[in-house]
Design a protein around this ligand. Structure first.
Ligand code: M6R
Length: 608
C-alpha cells in the first residue's frame, strides 16, 4: 500500500506531485520520491523518511518539467531506504515507474532480465517492472507497458513515464486503486481522491486490468484486449475541508468530532417513517428465511464492528452469525453456499485480504453485501450489494468515524432483516429506530466531555499495560478500544471477556495496572461488577464506562467512572466507543506519538 501521483500539463509538475503525495501519505510514509521529465531527460529525487525530507531537499534544487510521477511508500520488498524508494528508473534511464502492490513473480523476471544484461540497484519488486518495460520498449511506451503487464503476476497500480515520449503518461490498475483526475489542459493520476481535490473534482475510475493513455488534453482507457473503453466522468462532491484538518491538531481528533454528522448522514436516508430502507437493495422474506447463516468478514476495526454485529444480528434475526478475520477466512475453506449471506466490511474498500475473502465467498456461491466508505472502490465494485457509510474521507490511520458508521449500518441491517423475518415486532422496530435516531445527538453529548477524558488520560498516559474488560457487546467494544490504544500510543493492551480473565490473565494484574471496564448491559451488569471487584482487589486502577443510571453502583468501585446517555442494550457500542477513542487519542498526544501516522502502519492495507 503506497500512494501514487502523476501529472501532465502546461504547468510545473513538482508542486502538484508534492501536494498530492502529502494527501496520500496516509497510505505509507517510509520514503517518497518524484521523477520529472524535461528535455527528454528524467530527473529522479527520492528520500528515505517522511515526505517533508524530500520537500526540504527539492527546495534547494531545480526540478522543473511539466510531466512527472511521484510516490509515497510503505515498504514490502526491501527496507525503507533512498535506493528502494520509488520512482524506479530503468537501466537506460528512459523509463521511470511508481508502483503500488506486489509483483509476485519478480524473482523469475529479475533472473530473466539479469540474463539479458540488466543490473539492479534496489531490493524491490518494482524495479523489475521498470527494467522489463525498458527491455520491451521499441519506440512506443504504450505498447511496451501492455506487453510488460502480460508477464506480471500479482497486484499493481502503476504510473509510467518515458523520457523519449514526454507527451504521455501511462496508468495501469490491477487490484490496487487508481483514479485519473481530469483538468483543463492538464490531467492527473492518483491513488485516491484527496490528492487531486484541490485541482479537479472530475475523475475517471480505472477498473482492474485497464490501461490508460494520458496526454495533456486527452485520456483514453483500454481493457486488456486493447479495446477502448467508454467511461463516464465521476464528479466528486467531497468538500476540500473534509479532506483537510479544519483547525484540529490531528485528523484523528477531527474525525472523532465528525462522528455525529457522519452517523446521521449514514442512517438518515435509510430511515423513512418507522421503516428501514436499504437504498435500492431488497431482500425477500423467503431469501432471508432460507439463509443458513450470515458470515461477517473484515480486518482490524472493521472486524471489531463484525464482533458487535454478531450479538446484534443474532438477537434481532435469530440467524447464526459467524465473524471472521479476512486473512483467516480466505484460507480456512469456510462452509458457505448460496444460502449464506456474506457481509464484508471495509472503510477503504481496498483491503487486500477482505477483497480476496469476498472473491472466495462469491466463488462458493454466496451473495456478498459490502459495507464500504469509498465509493467505487474494488470491494464495492465486486459486491452483489453495497451499503455505503457516508463518513466522508477518513485520513487518520486509526479509524473512528468509519467504525461508528459501519456500526450504524449493522443496526440498520439487523432491524431490516428482523422485521422482514418477523423475529422482532413492529413496536420493537419503532423503538430501535427511535434509539438509533438519537445516537448522533448522544455522541455529540459525549464529545462535549472530551476535556474530562483528557484529564483521565493525564493520570494514565505512562501505563505500560492496559486491560479492557466487558461482556457481550461490551467485550466487542473492548477489542476496538484496545486496538485503538495500542496502535497510536504503543502501550501494550489486551481486551478480555470479563468472565474469562480469571482463567489465566488475571495473574498479570498488579498494583496500579490500568483496567478499563465497560458495563452497559442491564442483564450482565452485576456480573461485570463482580469482575471489576476481582481486579480491583488485586490492585488494579479502574476506569469504568457505564450508563448514567448505574452511577450509584459503579462509583463505589471505580477510580474514574464515565457515564453514557441511556440507549437500548444493543446500541450502547455506538456510545461506549467514543470515550475509548478520546482516551487513546489523548494518551497518544501526551506521549507525543505521531497520532495520524503511527509507526509501521498505513491507512489502506492493500497487500496480503
Ligand atoms: O479499510 P479497511 O476498513 O478494510 O481497513 C481494515 C483495517 O486495516 C483497519 O480497520 C485498521 O485496523 C485500522 N487502522 C484500525 O484503526
Amino acid at each position: 500500500m503506497c500512494g501514487i501521483v502523476g501529472y501532465i500539463g502546461k504547468n510545473q509538475a513538482a508542486p502538484f506531485l508534492l501536494h498530492g503525495l502529502e494527501k496520500l501519505e496516509y497510505r505509507g510514509y517510509d520514503s517518497s520520491g518524484i521523477a520529472i521529465c524535461s528535455d527528454n531527460k528524467i530527473k529522479l529525487e527520492k528520500k528515505k523518511g517522511r515526505l517533508q525530507i524530500l520537500c526540504d531537499k527539492i527546495k534547494d534544487i531545480n526540478v522543473s518539467g511539466t510531466i512527472g510521477i511521484g510516490h509515497t511508500r510503505w515498504a514490502t520488498h526491501g527496507k525503507p531506504s533512498d535506493v528502494n524508494a520509488h520512482p524506479h528508473l530503468s537501466q537506460s534511464g528512459k523509463i521511470a515507474i511508481v508502483h503500488n502492490g506486489i509483483i509476485e513473480n519478480y524473482i523469475t523476471l529479475k533472473n530473466f532480465l539479469i540474463d539479458k544484461g540488466y543490473n539492479f540497484l534496489s531490493d524491490t519488486d518494482t524495479e523489475v517492472v521498470a527494467q522489463l518495460i525498458d527491455y520491451l520498449y521499441n519506440g512506443n511506451i504504450f505498447d511496451a507497458v501492455n506487453e510488460a503487464i502480460k508477464k506480471l503476476e500479482g497486484s499493481y497500480a502503476l504510473a509510467v513515464l518515458c523520457g523519449d515520449e514526454p507527451d504521455k503518461l501511462i496508468a495501469v490498475k490491477k487490484d490496487n486503486p487508481l483514479i485519473i483526475g481530469l483538468g483543463d489542459n492538464e490531467n492527473y493520476i492518483a491513488s485516491d481522491v484527496p490528492a487531486i481535490l484541490s485541482r479537479t473534482r472530475n475523475i475517471f475510475r480505472l477498473n482492474d486490468n485497464e490501461v490508460a493513455l494520458i496526454t495533456v488534453n486527452d485520456v483514453k482507457i483500454y481493457n486488456n484486449n486493447g479495446e477502448e473503453q467508454n467511461r463516464n466522468v465521476t464528479h466528486v462532491d467531497w468538500d476540500v475541508d473534509s479532506a483537510e484538518k479544519g483547525g484540529y491538531e490531528h485528523f484523528m481528533l477531527k474525525e472523532i468530532m465528525e462522528q455525529p454528522k457522519a452517523i446521521k448522514a449514514t442512517i438518515a436516508s435509510r430511515i423513512a417513517e418507522d421503516k428501514i430502507r436499504l437504498d435500492d437493495i431488497e431482500f425477500s422474506k423467503e431469501y432471508l428465511q432460507n439463509l443458513n447463516k450470515i458470515c461477517i468478514v473484515a480486518c482490524g476495526s472493521a472486524y471489531h464492528v463484525g464482533c458487535v454485529a454478531k450479538y446484534v444480528i443474532e438477537k434481532l434475526t435469530r440467524k447464526p452469525v459467524e465473524v471472521d478475520i479476512a486473512s483467516e477466512f480466505r484460507y480456512r475453506n469456510p462452509i458457505i453456499d448460496k444460502n449464506t449471506l456474506v457481509i464484508v466490511v471495509s472503510q477503504s474498500g481496498e483491503t487486500a485480504d477482505t477483497f480476496a475473502a469476498l472473491k472466495e465467498a462469491k466463488k462458493m456461491g454466496a451473495k456478498v453485501l459490502s459495507i464500504v466508505n469509498v465509493v467505487g472502490s474494488s470491494i464495492a465494485n465486486e459486491s452483489d450489494y453495497v451499503l455505503y457509510t457516508w463518513a466522508g474521507p477518513e485520513v487518520a490511520v486509526a479509524t473512528t468515524k468509519a467504525y461508528s458508521t459501519q456500526l450504524s449500518l449493522m443496526y440498520i441491517l439487523g432491524i431490516y432483516m428482523g422485521e422482514k423475518l418477523g423475529t422482532i415486532s413492529q413496536e420493537d422496530v419503532k423503538n430501535y429506530i427511535d434509539s438509533l435516531s438519537q445516537i448522533p445527538q448522544q455522541v455529540e453529548e459525549i464529545l462535549k466531555s472530551k476535556d474530562d477524558i483528557y484529564e483521565i488520560a493525564k493520570k494514565y498516559y505512562n501505563s505500560q499495560n492496559v486491560f479492557f474488560i466487558g461482556r457481550n457487546v461490551d467485550y466487542a467494544v473492548c477489542m476496538e478500544g484496545s486496538l485503538k490504544l495500542k496502535e497510536i500510543s504503543y502501550i501494550h493492551s489486551e481486551a478480555y471477556a470479563a468472565g474469562e480473565l480469571k482463567h489465566g490473565t488475571i495473574s498479570l494484574i498488579e498494583d496500579g495496572t490500568l483496567v478499563v471496564s465497560i458495563a452497559t448491559q442491564d442483564n450482565l451488569f452485576d456480573k461485570t461488577v463482580s469482575n471489576i471487584r476481582e481486579v480491583k482487589s488485586r490492585g488494579a486502577s479502574i476506569i469504568s464506562i457505564t450508563a448514567d443510571n448505574k452511577k450509584d453502583k459503579i462509583s463505589q468501585i471505580s477510580d474514574l467512572p464515565i457515564y453514557l446517555p441511556k440507549t437500548c442494550d444493543i446500541m450502547t457500542p455506538s456510545l461506549s466507543v467514543i470515550p475509548l477513542q478520546l482516551l487513546s487519542y489523548y494518551i497518544a498526544l501526551l506521549r507525543e506519538c505521531d497520532i495520524d501516522k503511527p509507526r509501521n502502519l498505513a491507512k489502506s492495507v492493500t497487500v496480503e
